[in-house]
Design a protein. Structure first.
Length: 276
């Protein structure tokens, strides 16, 4: 567990954390509180946890921040433990409320550290308890929470996407939005990803975070506009269809007529293993 505080939260091992408290429910003395607190004589680390991505609330974080800053300890941190990508613009807006105090920690990174610790300890009972916890979190979060959408690109005059140059244009930052024929439910401007599947190259070629979704009628057949949060990532080598279809729910992806398919956190991580 020491590695979580030192390596993931950049906190010194000399802080002598000795106590912890899990707060039941969302109310304590009539006030909304954090989910847990770890503390010592000079340090207080508060945790706000979410098991679904895109569910952080600025108002809630500001209240937790006010409470944390009012505590007497010299070292204070408010940790947002969620499935979201720490590098996403969505997460950055919450951390920037107070960069000195607020930190974001991805569930997947916490689980990685716990799994490393589990494999190194000789305490059989504790090892089994940690394993059960890890399995529970994987089931509740990574196999259910949605990371984004894989959409098939339509080329031609109607869509305005040219197969010969759209990737170069993406790299050059000429694309700032992506229009779709319908609203993709999970592209809601909360840090989720749009991944583009190129049927000519038979692979996923582009990934981009969506900042906001609007019904603009900007194009006749593509009325929904998904605005990018920064530049898209163009994979040097596309994620091949063989790698995509190795994932159970995607085993007929290249052959079915569906224009898109939602992607869980677990599936997203599996896909990235095929990207370089």
């Amino acid at each position: 567990m020491k590695s979580v505080f030192e390596k993931e939260l950049n906190l010194s091992g000399e802080l002598n954390l000795s106590e912890f408290e899990v707060l039941k429910g969302n109310a304590y003395d009539g006030e909304e509180t954090v989910d847990a607190i770890v503390y010592g004589k000079t340090c207080r680390i508060a945790f706000e946890t979410k098991i679904k991505s895109g569910t952080l609330r600025k108002e809630q974080i500001e209240k937790h921040l006010k409470s944390s800053c009012a505590s007497p300890e010299s070292h204070k941190r408010l940790v947002l433990l969620t499935p979201d990508d720490s590098k996403s613009e969505y997460v950055k807006q919450f951390v920037e409320v107070n960069k000195e105090v607020i930190l974001h920690l991805e569930w997947r990174r916490l689980l990685k550290r716990l799994d490393e610790w589990r494999k190194s300890t000789t305490n059989g009972v504790l090892t089994e308890l940690v394993k059960q916890f890890l399995d529970s979190i994987r089931e509740r979060i990574f196999s259910q929470d949605i990371a984004g959408i894989v959409a098939k690109v339509t080329f031609g005059e109607k869509s305005g996407v040219n197969n010969d140059n759209y990737l170069d244009e993406m790299r050059a930052g000429k694309w700032t939005r992506w229009n779709t024929p319908k609203q993709y439910k999970y592209l809601d401007g909360t840090g989720r990803k749009l991944l583009l599947y190129d049927k000519v190259r038979k692979g996923i070629t582009v990934e981009v975070e969506i900042d906001k979704v609007e019904h603009t009628n900007a194009e006749e057949h593509y009325p929904w506009t998904n605005t990018f949060a920064g530049r898209p990532t163009v994979f040097e080598r596309s994620i091949p269809i063989e790698h995509i279809e190795a994932i159970e729910r995607f085993k007929t992806f290249g052959r079915n007529r569906g224009a898109f398919q939602k992607l869980t956190q677990e599936e997203y991580r599996s896909l990235l293993e095929g990207a370089t």
